[in-house]
Design a binder for this molecule. Sequence first.
Ligand code: ADP
Length: 206
Amino acid sequence: MAGRYQTVLLFGAPGAGKGTQGAILGKIPGYFHMSTGDMFRSLDRESDLGKTFYDYSTRGELVPDEVTIELWHTYVNAQTTLGLFKPHSDLLILDGIPRTVAQTSLIEKYIDVHGIIHLSASNTEDMVARLRNRALQEKRVDDAKEDVIRNRLAIYHRETRPVLDHYDQSIVHEINAIGSLGAVLRNILEVVVPIQETCLSKTASV
Ligand code: ADP
């Protein structure tokens, strides 16, 4: 399909570090980081969509698929119009989407996925501890309560993890989420740099 965004997915359970690593990657020219969590949190709390998001996220649940994809598409178009995302020279680093198998089908016409970074940890408790710390630091309602955290992890295993099976396994890269920020970043860069160079640098430099 022509005209799709050249994309890498940051994949992993809540607390795996997608947002942290994605934000660093997004600072490098040629990479554009887009987090659906940040997208939803930037909505006006009083708007209909903002209220919908707040209702779902306080329970640790996912926003319905169609609404999510529609909003994501509007958001990506807006970033392009504003010149923040340059599809011809930037590799799109998606964090938090697709998060269900249905979203994977709905988003397919917009993105050409060249790689999937699967950040994972063998010990779930490490993730839970990270989420608790983040809730304290960032005042995030979705991570504030133990039962909400557990619900988010259960939903991840039930709804999000199966997304991985939808893609060709040769593009899935397993990366250990536990380690220093620099070490995890180095492992991610080893995957994304060759993709960025192959897919975009040539177009960017002409
Ligand atoms: P985390 O980084 O902990 O995985 P996010 O910041 O990505 O969490 O997402 C926070 C909340 O935003 C989710 O719990 C969910 O309610 C909503 N959300 C984010 N992305 C999606 C998505 N692709 N589909 C549905 N809901 C989403």
